[in-house]
Design a binder for this molecule. Structure first.
Ligand code: SF4
Ligand code: SF4
Length: 151
């Protein structure tokens, strides 16, 4: 196949992608919007089933995407130059997959041409997590992420 017939994520580096292409890489799983706890001794990061207060748990989208950093200072905005920081992202995340030289999964909306496939393939956090508004102590919410998201 000619290079010009390949999808953009196979031919362009992150920094060569347009802003729109960069945004399209996000599959909308919502996994990076879950609170995580880091063990101070081991450095191990554990997921919780508690979502950022701005995550819409039905759609897995941020309710205030354009204002997210202002409203949630801890929100991490991914940028192409931060490639070395992508290791903390879930292993299904498109940014991490591509940064590791891997391809997108068949359920990624750019491959499936469906926004629903991320939910029907049990990858997203849709209806499986609670908002931090209702959670209480995060320590009580540590989970095995594979119970929430499969691939
Ligand atoms: S984990 Fe990656 S693909 Fe999923 S919502 Fe976050 S940035 Fe998007
Ligand atoms: S502010 Fe929005 S994008 Fe950032 S963690 Fe919260 S829900 Fe996710």
């Amino acid at each position: 196949m000619n290079d010009n017939k390949l999808p953009f994520w196979k031919t362009k580096t992150f920094s060569q992608m347009s802003k729109q292409q960069w945004e399209q890489l996000c599959d909308g799983c919502g996994l990076c919007c879950l609170h995580k706890l880091e063990n101070a001794d081991t450095g191990q990061v554990s997921y919780t089933d508690v979502a950022c207060r701005l995550l819409d748990i039905k759609t897995c989208r941020c309710k205030k995407y354009t204002q997210r950093k202002k409203l949630v200072p801890d929100c991490v905005i991914l940028k192409p130059e931060d490639i070395s920081r992508f290791k903390w992202l879930p292993r299904t995340c498109a940014y991490r997959l591509i940064s590791e030289g891997k391809d997108l999964y068949p359920w990624h909306p750019l491959v499936s041409n469906s926004d629903h496939s991320i939910h029907s393939n049990n990858i997203s956090v849709k209806d499986k997590v609670i908002s931090e508004r209702d959670a209480g102590d995060l320590e009580d919410h540590i989970i095995d992420i594979s119970k929430i998201s499969h691939e």
